[in-house]
Design a protein around this ligand. Structure first.
Ligand code: SAM
Ligand code: CA
Length: 247
């Protein structure tokens, strides 16, 4: 019994290290999902981008392959055409989106760092989907403000994926609720924040996890109380909250 408990404990500790990939309480089960359903169906270009990203020092930030597959399926299910992504990094979720939307579909993609986007760009170009992407380098908030001021973007987006600075999610939400169409979706990523949303305040946590934790907790409360949206929080990756605009 003691040995089993020890093994479980070890596994849980190890699991915290891959918490950004999945919060499933078993590494073996997560590997099973990847190996049975995700990797065998992953498009070649996404595999190539995933492998290139794995060599990058900030690879912790990338969207996991199972979440990429989920996003790709979701976008097809809702027939998304006009989309937005806040937080691109090397472009794994961007490529999952670009492959899912029709040839004349659009992604307004924003990131403060163009260099990382350029790591993935040749692969995105080779996949024949780069023409769908309008990449803007810089902070996303002023771009959203500009679009709201312009007036012509109200209610025009079918889907928005938010995967950037967690301390701004609430600010993004205030703008996005106006820019997404009624019936459209906003996906806020990392809403379980490495599992830290249920950790006691004095639990050991990496510095960045602790710093953003309160912002994620605030966001989750605000989304649950917002009557303009229906929500669904899924334990995919590090948690994604889907918000469907209803008014
Ligand atoms: N979706 C990406 C993927 O699939 O690989 C991962 C995005 S990564 C978790 C977060 C990104 O947000 C980083 O590339 C970072 O440069 C970007 N970011 C941080 N603050 C930002 C801001 N204010 N506006 C736009 N992007 C920002
Ligand atoms: Ca993420």
């Amino acid at each position: 019994m003691a040995a089993t408990g020890e093994t479980e404990q070890k596994q849980n500790l190890r699991h915290q290290e891959v918490g950004h990939k999945s919060l499933l309480q078993s590494d073996a089960l997560y590997q099973y999902i990847l190996e049975t359903s995700v990797y065998p169906r992953e498009p070649e270009s996404m595999k190539e981008l995933r492998e290139v990203t794995a060599k990058h020092p900030w690879n912790l930030m990338t969207t996991s392959a199972d979440e990429g597959q989920f996003l790709n399926m979701l976008l097809k299910l809702i027939n998304a055409k006009n989309t937005m992504e806040i937080g691109v990094y090397t472009g794994y979720s961007l490529l999952a989106t670009a492959l899912a939307i029709p040839d004349d579909g659009k992604i307004l993609a924003m990131d403060i760092n163009r260099e990382n986007y350029e790591i993935g760009l040749p692969i995105i170009e080779k996949a024949g989907v780069a023409h769908k992407i309008d990449f803007r380098e810089g902070p996303a908030l002023p771009v959203l403000d500009q679009m709201i001021e312009d007036g012509k973007y109200h209610g025009t987006f079918d889907f928005v994926f938010v995967d950037a600075d967690k301390d701004n999610y609430i600010n993004y939400h205030k703008r996005l609720i106006d820019l997404v169409k009624i019936g459209g979706l906003i996906g806020y990523d990392n809403t379980l924040w490495n599992g830290s949303v249920v950790a006691p305040p004095d639990a050991p946590m990496r510095k960045y996890v602790r710093y953003y934790r309160d912002f994620v907790l605030e966001l989750n409360k605000a989304l649950a109380a917002d009557p303009r949206i229906e929500i669904c929080m899924l334990p995919v990756g590090d948690g994604i909250t889907l918000c469907r605009r209803v008014s």
